[in-house]
Design a protein around this ligand. Sequence first.
Ligand SMILES: [Zn+2]
Ligand SMILES: [Zn+2]
Length: 324
Amino acid sequence: MNKAGRALPILSLLLLAPFACPQTRPPRAALPAEVHSLKITILSTMLADDGIGEWGFAALVEADGRKILFDTGARPTTVLENARELKVDLNGVQDVILSHYHDDHTTGLMTLRREFSKNNPSALSRVHVATGIFLERRGHLLNPMIQMKKDYEATGGVFIVHDKPEEIFPGIWLTGPVPRVYPEKNYSAGTEVNTGTAWVEDNIPDDQSLVFNTSHGLVLLSGCGHSGIINTIQYARGFLRPAPMDAAIGGFHLFAASDQELAWTASKLKEYHTARILGAHCTGIESVYRLRELMGLTRQTCLVGTIGAVYDLNSGIKTGPIAR
Ligand SMILES: [Zn+2]
Ligand SMILES: [Zn+2]
């Protein structure tokens, strides 16, 4: 074969390269990992068909055979008792996420750790928190996490402090502290935080959420949403991938939001192609129904979270009849 004969196929390959998909795709390893099975069951919120309702939040995450407890409820025994009544098995939970320091999300931790570690020392032995959760507070609220850190570590448990987004398991991301790009002031006034150099308004800098990367898009699980649901989603789409939102689940602190704020929130959620909302805890019942209307969602796709309500990646949202 002459030189020209060898050069031609190489040249034609080079010319075709920009149009040939296999050569331009990033290598498979560069794509973010996906969660394949995902079930989220609410164990603490206000509305209940079965179990006990309270102002607080907790949910059990079951993802690809792994269990994670997200928040621990407002009263020492709510999550324990609701799990028993609903026959939700908390055995096998090693990792806990605390979304922020407020006691309506953190109080159940010590009860659960003590109860489950009787038979299994590694039960609830790792708690993931974001930077700022142990800072001193004054005014309307104090910080229960300062004492709880001592009590929990005395049981042999470990806090893992996150200061940036982190993939804690394949396809499961913790946001860490969320930049407040939009002025969603989704927290109450009257508390100050000691940053180490000054006392400033407490905007709950430790507020973090969990984000799942799935073949249906992203799924957000939030505790109280103090960073703002839109700030959190926008951030996750930036560090993970700008995928549609399959679901936003949990507390989004919209119960006192104005008509204007809800309209803006709904328009941003539509922009992110949000397909489902399970609005529990501080999202507020009226606000969930307003979002349903504003976003053109339905009684199957936008619901108030109840005790025992479930989001499943494959079958969507299931709640008791009271939530529809
Ligand atoms: Zn809170
Ligand atoms: Zn809360």
